[in-house]
Design a protein around this ligand. Structure first.
Ligand code: COA
Ligand code: AMP
Length: 628
């Protein structure tokens, strides 16, 4: 069957399609049906099944006699350590850690925050939670203590599992002091913390609250997998929204298992024993779906890579890792390829390594620009597949399904909708627009298995953010169009989320920080085009009259404040002081127009503008910065 047949078969009978896909999963009790729509527009999948994620990702492969195969390969070009962990090893480690967590009172439904760098223990911690039916929430290491505190207060974890340190090129990230500070800041206090002490930095533990990873597990008996209902949350993952308060995306267990298994086979063409690598971080959705769960659920080998595309030690490290691990499908963000290309424009490093096993390069996280795709196609000689998805969906909305059929690539398009996703482009009134017309991209409800069911502790916010604007649809927050052949094009966000180096960030959250500076009267943050990172944040500041601080000092202050409050990952390095911000007559700041000016694009002065002269002032300020 080709893509069209598969997509049509889903559309003709979604229930049969997903019940068939569910056969890839081991159930303690099979579900009686796929879709549970009693609470529409809140939908659930496989709710009356009983299942365990860790069983499907680990134990069943050992049972099947594949315990000696490598499950996780850890490669750290920063510490120069490499290590393979077999499925049998992984089972012992995870079952013991789960036993130790249970001995301290962690049970099904309890939340556990995981704050760890790219080490196998991060995956083990996720799986140990899954084994018990505890709900994990992994927090990315590039966030500051305050962001961690916000997540602690929202998720209310009983325990936090962390490492003493993370390693960035030339810099140790002191996780433990950040953790201590976050717990101090948070209103909710975890009962205990488990700290994995790294050789590079041994952290001071707080007596009675903190336990050393190994000591904590000493003498503990491994425990079995706990069956959970299909709709039981597997994890919460926070992502940026339009306000400073992150959204806790809830991922139900059974749909997650079924969708990831389907995607591994049909999108990435990966099965048992194959080797797969997603070069992302466990703190992002890509890390959840395709470093941890997806590859392990299908019994493939995954790679936990602690390094960067360049500088650890050179622009060939990705190709070396692909060669040494005989990787079949590789997944990264376009920004990583742009970074490599900048250092190695002729692809000399690519030729140094044998990439015989590589069948495809998958790109996601931001728009894949045609030049980057062409460069990778030319030098790697394999299909380069852009695919589009979000933290909320957990797996690709649109892709080129290599495991079904390799469709012709159209540069700039993540190809076609996957089964389960009825993607429509709508006008402001919610009516589908003709092919080739730009509009808001929405997905007809229900969303497929594997997508979010709600936001943690915030069902009203879920309805308001995603379901209310276009009744009957899920609003993606992306704008774009579908061409005559049904190919999708993702062009921009419709909200103030920006995408910096494949990381999703909220300009609203940055504005909240800027506004706290005592000399700032008003501010705005926009995302401007950046040749390496896709977008970069740029702040505009209006200072209070009579402020004694120099504008240069205020700029330095706010750059430091964003780094301290949100974290280095915000990559907020630039701000300019202006007299006024352009606004509509009703007082709305014209951020989109400012972005067009900064990117040197044509723009129309909005009819609703209060004072058109302000746009000229902004243009002049941006010119001083070398933009516009
Ligand atoms: N822990 C702590 N700090 C982190 C971090 C982590 N896990 N990840 C990134 N940071 C820090 C970086 O050290 C950097 O700090 P600095 O301001 O002191 O230099 C800052 O956050 C910004 O990081 P980043 O945006 O990644 O930029 P960079 O200049 O360090 O590297 C690239 C540029 C292109 C090499 C890098 O962005 C990259 O590898 N991108 C791929 C992104 C990716 O895989 N995204 C996942 C989406 S699928
Ligand atoms: P995140 O939730 O961090 O994965 O970010 C999701 C957002 O990143 C999407 O809503 C898009 O705006 C953007 N994005 C992800 N993948 C792509 C892609 N392949 N093409 C264009 N934009 C993308």
């Amino acid at each position: 069957m080709g893509y069209r047949d598969v997509y049509d078969s889903w559309k003709a009978d979604p229930e049969a399609f997903w019940m068939q896909a569910a056969q890839a999963i081991d159930w303690f009790r099979p579900p009686s049906r796929a879709l549970f729509d009693e609470n529409a527009p809140i939908y659930e999948w496989f709710s009356d099944g009983l299942v365990n994620t860790c069983w499907n990702a680990v134990d069943r492969h050992v049972e099947a006699g594949r315990g000696d195969q490598i499950a996780i390969y850890h490669d750290s070009p920063i510490t120069h350590a490499t290590k393979g962990i077999t499925y049998a090893d992984l089972q012992t480690r995870v079952a013991t850690l789960a036993g130790a967590l249970r001995a301290r009172g962690i049970e099904k439904g309890d939340r556990v925050i995981i704050y760890m760098p790219m080490i196998p223990q991060a995956i083990e911690a996720m799986l140990a939670c899954a084994r018990l039916g505890a709900i994990h929430s992994v927090v990315f290491g590039g966030f500051a203590a305050n962001e961690l505190a916000v997540r602690i207060d929202d998720a209310q974890p009983k325990a936090i599992i962390a490492a003493s340190a993370g390693l960035e090129p030339g810099r140790v990230v002191h996780y433990k002091p950040l953790l201590d500070q976050a717990i101090e800041l948070a209103t909710h206090k975890p009962e205990f913390c488990v700290i994995f002490q790294r050789e590079e930095e041994v952290a001071k533990l707080i007596e009675g609250r903190d336990f050393n990873w190994y000591g904590f597990q000493y003498g503990i008996k491994p425990v079995d997998c706990v069956p959970v209902e299909g709709n039981h949350p597997a994890y919460i993952l926070y992502t940026s929204g339009t306000t400073g308060q992150p959204k806790g995306v809830v991922r139900p267990t059974a749909g997650h298992l079924v969708a990831l298994a389907w995607s591994m086979e049909n999108i990435y063409r990966i099965g048992p024993g194959d080797r797969f690598w997603a070069a992302s971080d466990v703190g992002w959705v890509v890390g959840h779906s395709y470093i941890c769960y997806g590859p392990l659920i299908v019994g493939a080998q995954t790679v936990v890579f602690e390094g960067k595309p360049i500088g650890t030690p050179h622009a060939g490290v990705f190709w070396r890792t692909i060669q040494n691990n005989r990787i079949k499908s590789f997944f990264t963000a376009p920004t990583a390829i742009r970074a490599i290309r900048r250092e190695d424009p002729d692809g000399e490093y690519i030729r140094r390594y044998k990439l015989h096993d590589l069948q495809a390069l998958f790109l996601a996280g931001e728009r894949a620009d045609p030049e980057t795709i062409k460069w990778a196609q030319e030098h790697l000689g394999v299909p380069v597949i852009d695919h589009w998805w979000q933290t909320e969906t957990g797996w690709a909305i649109a892709a080129n399904p290599l495991g079904i059929e390799e469709l012709p690539v159209k540069l700039g398009s993540p190809t076609v909708p996957m089964p389960g996703y009825d993607v429509q482009v709508l006008d402001e009134g919610g009516h589908p627009v003709p092919a080739g017309t730009l509009g808001a991209i929405a997905i007809k409800l229900p969303l497929p298995p594997g997508t979010l069911s709600t936001l943690w502790n915030a069902e009203e916010r879920y309805r308001k953010s995603y379901l209310s604007h276009f009744p009957g649809y899920y609003e993606t927050g992306d704008a774009g169009y579908i061409d005559e052949d049904g190919y999708l094009y993702i062009m921009a966000r419709t909200d103030d989320v920006i995408n910096v180096a494949g990381h999703r960030l909220s300009t609203g959250a940055m504005e909240d920080v800027l506004a706290r500076h005592p000399d700032v009267a008003e501010c705005a943050v926009i995302g401007i085009a950046d040749p390496l990172k896709g977008q970069a944040p740029l702040g505009f500041l209006c200072l209070k009259k009579g402020s004694a601080t120099t504008p240069e000092q205020v700029v330095r202050d706010v750059v430091r404040m964003v780094r301290d409050d949100i974290g280095p990952v915000a990559a907020f390095k630039q701000a300019i002081v202006v007299d006024r911000l352009p606004k509509t007559r009703s007082g709305k700041i014209l951020r989109a127009t400012m972005t067009r000016i900064a990117d040197g694009e044509e723009y129309k002065t909005p009819a609703t503008i209060d004072d058109p002269a302000v746009l000229e002032e902004i243009t002049a300020a941006l010119r001083n910065l070398g933009r516009g």
